[in-house]
Design a protein around this ligand. Structure first.
Ligand SMILES: [Zn+2]
Length: 188
């Protein structure tokens, strides 16, 4: 019997940090809904998920890092916005050279429902990563972090999908695929 693989799950934002908002959709709430469903979807797997928040609060970066102590890697869940409303679909962000996070991101963006799936992976520069500190805990919890931007709230098509009753369940399939890919790599 091997011990479980602890994986950090970080729903971005919370409380007064709402994140992206458009047409009644609020990022912080979507992030948390996805994280809680992802936690449930990982039951029965070797993964032991640990969440950085479970309610409408905005823990400090240090508190988020503490919550994921012992994790082999982490996944941050966000939803995006852009002044260009044509920009759409899922994106994955990882630090340069972090092949584990890259693989996790790839499994995540490929595993999204067809309405959101993409091949969009981005290496974030060290400076850029820090400048986006509101979105990452990487500097505080020095483990591989995959940041998945699930969809663009500012895109009509993404939004139409998010407003369907089955969107979150299908999105969680993609997030689960990302976590399981990471678990497969670190567990193998
Ligand atoms: Zn965000």
């Amino acid at each position: 019997m091997t011990a479980g693989i602890i994986v950090g799950i970080d729903p971005g934002h919370g409380a007064s940090s709402a994140g992206a908002e458009a047409a009644g959709l609020v990022e912080k709430d979507l992030n948390l809904a996805c994280a809680l469903r992802l936690e449930a979807a990982l039951m029965g797997t070797p993964v032991v998920p640990v969440l950085t928040r479970r309610g409408d609060i905005n823990p400090s970066w240090a508190a988020r890092a503490e919550a994921v102590a012992g994790a082999r890697f982490g996944i941050s869940i966000h939803f995006n916005a852009n002044s260009d409303e044509t920009v759409c679909n899922a994106e994955g962000y990882h630090l340069p050279g972090d092949d584990l996070a890259r693989q996790i991101c790839l499994a995540g963006v490929h595993g999204m429902p067809i309405e959101l799936a993409s091949t969009k992976l981005f290496e974030t520069s060290a400076a850029g990563w820090k400048s986006r500190a509101h979105r990452v805990v990487s500097a505080f919890a020095p483990i591989p972090w995959a940041l998945i931007e699930v969809a663009y709230l500012t895109n009509f098509g993404d939004r139409a999908f998010l407003k369907t009753g089955y969107a979150l369940d299908e999105i969680v399939c993609g997030l689960r695929a990302a976590v399981m890919r990471g678990a497969q790599i670190v567990g193998g």
